[in-house]
Design a protein around this ligand. Structure first.
Ligand code: NDP
Length: 294
C-alpha cells in the first residue's frame, strides 16, 4: 500500500484564500485593515528570514505589517515598552515576538506582557491554559499545532475516537497538539525521550504526530497499516546532489513510512506551509474580535 500524500501547500493555499477573502470583506464593510506587528531582537539570520516571510505573507493577503527590530543588546525594558505600545495601538491586532530571544532577556515575561487579545502566536499562558481545560476555548491556537489539526481535517481523517500518539512534548508543538487532539475527542498518548518502547505506542496509533527534531526516526515498521502520519520535523540531511549540500527531511522516514501509512505529510510541503497560513488566520481572527468589541 502506498499512502495518500497530504498536500500541505494546497491546504495552506486554501487557508490563505479564506484569509484573503476575510480581509477584503472587512475592508469593504468597515474600512478597517487588520495589522500584524513583528518584534525581532538581534541579527539571527533564521529569525530574520522567518520574520520577512511573515511580513511578505501579510502584504500578499492585504494585512498591514509593522516590523520592529532591536539590536542584540536591547534591554528587557525596551522590549516590554514596545510591547505595551503595540498593546495600546488600535492598528495592531496581532503581536508576534520572534523566538528565540537573546539569552539575557526574560522570554516568559515578554510573552506574558502581550495583550491576550493580540496573542496570535497562542503562547500566552492563559491561552494554553484554556486549551488544556474542558469546556474552555483559547482565543488563539498556536500556529503549528493548529496547522496539524487542519491538515487532518482537510484530509478527512477521523479524529474523534482515534488513538493518537504524539511524539514530542514541547510547549510550541507536542503539548498543544496533544491538547487539541484530546479536545477533538481522540484518545491521546504523549511520548518523549524517556518513553520506554516508542514503537509499541506508535504501532497502535491511528494518528501519529512526529515533533521530535530527529531526522527520519519514525520508520514504517513502527506504524499501524493505514495510519495518518503528520511529520512536523524539519532536519537537514547531507545531499551532495544539492547546491547547498543538504536537503530537508522530517522526523519520519518518508520512504518506509509511506508504504505502511494511509495518509502522510511530506517534508518539505506538509506542515511547514501551514504554520504561516495559520498565523494569518489568527491575525484576521484578532481583527474580527477587535471589530466585534467596537
Ligand atoms: P523540541 O526539541 O523542543 O522537542 C522535542 C521533543 O522530542 C521533546 O519533547 C523530546 O523529549 C522529544 N524527543 C527527543 N528525542 C526523542 C526520542 N529519542 N524519542 C522520543 N521523543 C524524543 O522540538 P520542537 O517541538 O520545537 O520541534 C520538533 C521538530 O519540529 C523540529 O524538527 C523542529 O524543527 C520542527 N518544527 C517545525 C515547525 C514547522 O513549522 N513545520 C515549527 C516548529 C518546529 P523530552 O521532552 O523528553 O526532551
Amino acid at each position: 500500500m502506498t499512502a495518500e500524500i497530504i498536500d500541505g501547500k494546497k491546504i495552506a493555499e486554501k487557508v490563505r484564500e479564506e484569509v484573503r477573502q476575510g480581509v477584503a470583506k472587512m475592508k469593504e464593510e468597515t474600512g478597517y485593515v487588520p495589522g500584524l506587528a513583528t518584534v525581532r531582537v538581534g541579527e539571527d539570520p533564521a529569525s530574520a528570514t522567518y520574520v520577512r516571510m511573515k511580513q511578505r505573507m501579510c502584504e500578499t493577503l492585504g494585512i498591514n505589517s509593522f516590523g520592529h527590530t532591536f539590536p542584540e543588546d536591547a534591554t528587557q525594558e525596551e522590549v516590554e515598552t514596545l510591547v505595551s505600545e503595540l498593546n495600546a495601538n488600535p492598528s495592531v491586532n496581532g503581536i508576534l515576538v520572534q523566538l528565540p530571544l537573546p539569552g539575557h532577556l526574560d522570554e516568559e515575561a515578554i510573552l506574558n506582557s502581550i495583550d491576550l487579545a493580540k496573542d496570535v502566536d497562542g503562547f500566552h499562558p492563559v491561552n494554553i491554559g484554556r486549551l488544556a481545560m474542558k469546556g474552555r476555548d483559547p482565543l488563539f491556537i498556536p500556529c503549528t499545532p493548529y496547522g496539524c489539526i487542519r491538515l487532518l481535517e482537510e484530509s478527512g481523517v477521523q479524529i474523534s475516537g482515534a488513538e493518537a500518539v504524539i511524539v514530542g512534548r514541547s510547549n510550541i508543538v507536542g503539548l498543544p497538539v496533544a491538547m487539541l487532539l484530546q479536545k477533538a475527542n481522540a484518545t491521546v498518548t504523549i511520548c518523549h525521550s524517556r518513553t520506554k518502547d516508542l514503537a509499541e505506542h506508535t504501532r497502535n496509533a491511528d494518528i501519529v504526530i512526529a515533533a521530535i527534531g530527529r531526522r527520519e526516526m519514525i520508520t514504517g515498521d513502527m506504524l499501524k497499516p493505514g495510519a495518518a502520519v503528520i511529520d512536523v520535523g524539519i532536519n537537514q540531511k547531507e545531499d551532495a546532489s544539492r547546491k547547498r549540500g543538504y536537503r530537508l527531511v522530517g522526523d519520519v522516514d518518508f520512504e518506509s513510512a509511506k508504504e505502511v501509512a494511509g495518509k502522510i505529510t511530506p517534508v518539505p510541503g506538509g506542515v511547514g506551509p501551514m504554520t504561516i497560513a495559520m498565523l494569518m488566520a489568527n491575525t484576521l481572527r484578532a481583527a474580527q474580535i477587535a471589530q466585534d468589541e467596537n
